[in-house]
Design a protein around this ligand. Structure first.
Ligand code: GLC
Length: 819
C-alpha cells in the first residue's frame, strides 16, 4: 500500500517557498508551506439568532451581538467554528436592551440600538460603528483577518481600525509609559519585571481594554482574549490602530461614549467593579521584605504608636514562612503567631501575609502532599508535572483555572485566618519562575472546563489565584470583607483584589511612572491600585520618600514597601524634620478617609473610576490630551504631585470652574495653568467649589475611637453642586442588604446667602448625633443662619481660616446662611 502523503505538506518545495518560509515569523517550521493571512471576503450570508446576527463570507463567520444600547460585541470564527462561549473577564453577558433593528441597504447591513449602529459592508466585510447622528466613531481599516498557527493549532487573529489624525488612546492597565498611548505598540503577557524601566513592556498585568478619544468623542474597545495580545496605536502606520492575539477568538466589545467616563462605567458593567474594601484597607500600610523576627515587628508597631504616625496594617513577606512553604510559619522567628497577631490587633494593626503560587516539592509538606494526591498541580503536555524554581527551590504550581483547585486553595487559609491574619498579598503569580521567566507554552490548564495550553491560561493564572484566595477568605472570615492584593491580573481582576504596581525603583522617574500607572489602572477598570511608596529597589533620598508619601495619600492603595537589601524605610527613617512632614501627610490620609471610602462606594455602586486624569474631566479640550500629572481623587479633590527633586513650586493645570486651595482656602478660577508654591511640607491640592468633604478627626488607626461628631468641610459655590457621603459598618457585607447611608448634599449660593441641603437614603444608624459643618469661602459675613426653619443659635464669627462653624443635627434637611 502506498504510504499516505502527510496532510498539509507541500509535495514539492520550491526555492520561493523556502524563502517565504524563512521570512515568515509565525511559521518557523521550514518545509511547511507558509500560511497567508486570510482577510474576510464579500458577505454572502446573514442570519439572526435572538440578539445576534451572524454574517459569513462562505468560509469565516462574524457574529454581531447587541449587549446593551451602548455595547456591541463582535466575534470572528475562521471557517465558521465559534469557540465555546466562556470568559473570565465577563462572568455573565446579560442582554440589556430590548429594542434593536436590522436593516439592509444596497452596500451594507446595519444593526442599530437606540444609541449605536453597527454597519457591515457587504463588499469587503469591514465593520464600523456610528452614533445616532450618523457620525462614524470607529471603523475597520481593513476587514478582520486570521492566520493559522501550525504549531499549536488555532489562529492568530487580527483587527485593524482606522486611526484618525487627532485620535488619542488611554487604558491598557499598568504600562509604565506616557499616559496617552498614541504612537505606541504594546503587548499583554504577564511578566515578573523586577526594577522595570520606563517604557518597558509588558509588565505584570493584561488588561486588553483601551479608550479612544477623537475630536472630543470617546469610545472603548475591549478585546476579551487571554492569549498574548498586541495593540498598535498608530505606531507602525499613522493611519491605523491594530489589535491582535496569538490565539483564541477575535472577540471584542465596542463600548460607546461619548464621554470617557461613560466608557469606563460601561466597561465595568461587563467586567464588574471592586467590592467595598474593609475601611482599614484604605489606611496607611507598612511593608518590607521582610520584618522579622517578632520583636522587630513589635518594635515597628511601637514606633508608629509612640511617634503618633497613623498606620493600619503591617506586612509579613516570605521570611515568615518555614523555608518559604506557603501556609506555614517559621517558628524561630514567630514562635506564637496567634498571640503576636492578637497583640498587634489590640494595638490597632492588621496583619497581612504574602502567599506565592509555587508549592515546594517536599513529601513531608502537607500542602504539597494534598496537591499531589489530588492532581491539583499543572502538568506539561506529556503529563509530567510542571516544575520550576522559585523562593522555596523546586516547586509545583496549582492549576488555579480548575474550580476544584481554587476551592481547595481557599480552604488552605483556614489556619492563617484562625491565627488572625486579616489580609493576603498574592505575589509571583504571573506566574514567575526563576530562569525561564514563566511556564513553558505546552503546560496544560483545565480552564474551567474549556481546556487550553499555557498560551491561553498564562494571563489569567494570577487572577484565578487571587480569586481562589478571595473566595476562600470570604467563606472563612464569615461575612467580613476579604482584603487581597495581587501583582498579576487580567481584566476583571478588580472583582477579587487590589493591585500594586510591582518592583519599582527608588528614583524620581519612577515616582512619575507610578503616578501615571495608577491613573492608567484606574481608567482601565482597576481602581484599587498603589505603588511601593519609596520605591522597591534602590535608596530614596528623604525628599523623594516624602514626595512619594504625598502621592501615596492620593493613591487608592497606600503602602510603603522596600526590598531586603535596602536601608530600612519607615516614615521616621529620614530624620525628625521629614518625619513631621510624613506624619502630616499620613494624618491627611486619615482625615480624608470618609471621603476616600465614599469614593470607593461610588466606584463599587456606579462604576466611577477613583482617580480621574484631567483628560477625563475635560476631554473636549485638546490641550489636555497629553497631560498626565494632574488628576482628581473622586470628583472633588484635584492634586498634582511634585515629581521633581528640589522643587518648591510646580506648574499645573486647573480644570474649568471655581476651586479652593486646600491649604489656604484661597479661591481660584480654573481653566488655566498656574504656578503653585509647593515646598517640601506641602503639595498642590484643590477642592472644587460647592464640595462637601467629610472628614474624620485624626486617628492612629481606623476605629481607634468612635467618632462623636462628623466633620464636613463645606465649600461655598455660586452654582449648584452635589456631593455624596457614604457610611456603614466598614467591614461586613451588610451594605448588600442596604445597611448603609448614602447622603447627598446640595450646595448653592448667590453672594448674599448660601443653601446646604441634605437627603439621606439607607438603613444604617451612625452613633454620632451632630455634624460640625465648617463653611469655607463665604463671600459675606453671616448675620443669620436658619436650620430646618429654626433660627440657629451659636457663634457666627469667622475662625482663623475664615471659616464659620455650625453644629447641626445629623438629620438636618436644610441650612440657610444669610448675609
Ligand atoms: C517580589 C515582590 C516583592 C516581594 C518579593 C519577596 O519581588 O514583587 O514585593 O517583596 O518578591 O517576596
Amino acid at each position: 500500500m502506498k504510504e499516505q502523503e502527510p496532510k498539509g505538506l507541500p509535495i514539492e518545495i520550491t526555492a520561493e517557498d523556502l524563502e517565504q518560509d524563512i521570512q515568515h515569523v509565525n511559521n518557523p517550521i521550514v518545509g511547511l508551506k507558509p500560511i497567508e493571512k486570510k482577510y474576510l471576503g464579500k458577505v454572502t450570508e446573514v442570519r439572526q439568532e435572538n440578539n445576534r446576527y451572524i454574517f459569513s463570507d462562505g468560509d469565516a463567520s462574524v457574529e454581531i451581538r447587541v449587549v446593551s444600547d451602548e455595547i456591541i460585541k463582535v466575534r470572528m470564527a475562521p471557517h465558521s467554528v465559534f469557540l465555546e462561549e466562556f470568559s473570565y473577564a465577563v462572568p455573565k453577558l446579560d442582554q440589556r436592551v430590548a429594542v434593536f433593528t436590522f436593516t439592509e441597504e444596497d452596500d451594507k447591513y446595519a444593526v442599530s440600538t437606540n444609541t449605536v449602529t453597527c454597519f457591515i459592508n457587504k463588499e469587503d466585510f469591514r465593520i464600523s460603528f456610528a452614533d445616532n447622528e450618523s457620525n462614524i466613531i470607529n471603523e475597520d481599516f481593513q476587514a478582520m483577518h486570521y492566520e493559522e498557527n501550525v504549531q499549536f493549532g488555532g489562529y492568530y487573529v487580527y483587527c485593524t481600525k482606522t486611526c484618525f489624525p487627532e485620535e488619542s488612546f488611554y487604558g491598557l492597565g499598568d504600562k509604565p509609559t506616557d499616559f496617552n498611548l498614541r504612537g505606541k505598540r504594546l503587548q499583554n503577557w504577564n511578566s515578573d519585571t523586577y526594577s522595570f524601566a520606563k517604557h518597558q513592556d509588558p509588565l505584570y498585568r493584561s488588561i486588553p481594554f483601551y479608550i479612544s478619544l477623537n475630536k472630543g468623542v470617546a469610545h472603548g474597545i475591549f478585546m476579551d482574549n487571554t492569549f498574548k495580545t498586541h495593540f498598535d496605536f498608530a505606531q507602525e502606520d499613522n493611519g491605523k490602530t491594530s489589535f491582535w492575539a496569538d490565539g483564541g477568538e477575535l472577540q471584542y466589545y465596542y463600548i460607546h461614549g461619548p464621554h470617557m467616563m461613560d466608557v469606563v462605567k460601561r466597561y465595568h458593567t461587563l467586567t464588574g467593579t471592586h467590592k467595598l474594601p474593609p475601611i482599614w484597607a484604605l489606611g496607611y500600610h507598612q511593608c518590607r521584605w521582610s520584618y522579622y523576627p517578632e520583636s522587630k515587628l513589635k518594635d515597628l508597631a511601637d514606633n508608629f504608636r509612640k511617634r503618633k504616625i497613623p498606620c493600619d496594617a503591617l506586612y509579613l513577606d516570605i521570611d515568615y514562612m518555614d523555608g518559604y512553604r506557603c501556609f506555614t510559619w517559621n517558628k524561630k522567628y514567630f514562635p506564637n503567631p496567634k498571640k503576636m497577631i492578637k497583640e498587634l490587633s489590640d494595638d490597632g494593626f492588621k496583619t497581612v501575609v504574602i502567599i506565592d503560587p509555587g508549592i515546594k516539592v517536599d513529601n513531608n509538606y502537607w500542602v504539597f502532599k494534598e496537591g499531589k494526591e489530588n492532581k491539583y498541580f499543572c502538568r506539561r503536555s506529556d503529563d509530567y508535572f510542571m516544575e520550576g524554581h522559585v523562593w522555596p527551590g523546586r516547586c509545583q504550581f496549582p492549576d488555579f483555572t480548575n474550580p476544584e483547585v481554587r476551592q481547595w486553595w481557599g480552604t488552605l487559609f483556614k489556619e492563617l485566618v484562625e491565627v488572625g491574619v486579616a489580609g493576603v498579598w498574592n505575589d509571583m503569580n504571573e506566574p514567575a519562575v526563576f530562569g525561564s521567566g514563566t511556564f513553558p507554552d505546552d503546560v496544560r490548564h483545565q480552564y474551567d472546563g474549556h481546556r487550553g495550553s499555557h498560551r491561553k491560561a498564562h494571563n489569567v493564572y494570577g487572577m484565578q489565584m487571587v480569586r481562589a484566595t478571595y473566595d476562600g477568605l470570604k467563606l472563612l472570615q464569615k461575612n467580613k470583607r476579604p482584603f487581597t492584593i495581587t501583582r498579576a491580573g487580567y481584566a476583571g481582576v478588580q472583582r477579587y483584589s487590589s493591585v500594586w504596581t510591582g518592583d519599582n525603583v527608588a528614583t524620581w522617574e519612577h515616582l512619575k511612572i507610578g503616578s501615571i500607572q495608577m491613573q492608567r489602572l484606574s481608567v482601565s477598570g482597576i481602581p484599587f491600585a498603589g505603588t511601593d511608596i519609596g520605591g522597591f529597589s534602590g535608596e530614596p533620598s528623604g525628599e523623594l520618600f516624602t514626595r512619594w508619601i504625598q502621592l501615596g495619600v492620593f493613591s487608592p492603595f497606600m503602602r510603603a514597601h522596600s526590598a531586603g537589601d535596602t536601608a530600612e524605610r519607615e516614615p521616621w527613617s529620614f530624620g525628625p524634620e521629614l518625619e513631621d512632614i510624613n506624619r502630616k501627610f499620613i494624618e491627611l490620609r486619615y482625615k480624608l478617609l470618609p471621603y476616600i471610602y465614599s469614593t470607593f462606594w461610588e466606584h463599587h455602586r456606579y462604576g466611577f473610576p477613583i482617580l480621574r486624569p484631567v483628560v477625563m474631566i475635560e476631554q473636549h479640550n485638546p490641550t489636555n490630551h497629553y497631560r498626565e500629572d494632574e488628576f482628581t481623587f473622586g470628583d472633588k479633590i484635584l492634586v498634582c504631585p511634585v515629581l521633581e527633586e528640589g522643587a518648591t513650586s510646580r506648574r499645573l493645570y486647573l480644570p474649568e470652574g471655581q476651586w479652593f486651595d486646600y491649604w489656604t482656602h484661597e479661591t481660584i478660577t480654573g481653566g488655566k495653568e498656574l504656578d503653585v508654591l509647593a515646598p517640601l511640607d506641602s503639595m498642590p491640592i484643590f477642592v472644587k467649589a460647592g464640595s462637601v468633604i467629610p472628614e474624620f478627626p485624626v486617628m492612629q488607626h481606623v476605629n481607634e475611637f468612635e467618632v462623636e461628631e462628623m466633620i464636613f468641610q463645606v465649600y461655598y459655590s455660586d452654582y449648584e453642586v452635589n456631593s455624596f457621603y457614604f457610611e456603614d459598618h466598614g467591614d461586613t457585607f451588610a451594605y448588600e442588604q442596604d445597611i448603609y447611608l448614602e447622603k447627598k448634599f446640595v450646595v448653592n449660593g448667590d453672594k448674599k446667602s448660601m443653601l446646604i441641603k441634605q437627603s439621606i437614603e439607607g438603613l444604617f444608624t451612625p452613633r454620632y448625633e451632630t455634624y460640625d459643618l465648617k463653611i469655607i469661602g463665604l463671600p459675606f459675613k453671616p448675620s443669620k443662619v436658619v436650620v430646618d426653619g429654626k433660627d440657629y443659635i451659636g457663634d457666627l464669627a469667622f475662625d482663623d481660616l475664615k471659616r464659620v462653624r455650625l453644629k447641626v443635627n445629623k438629620n438636618f434637611r436644610q441650612v440657610q446662611i444669610f448675609k
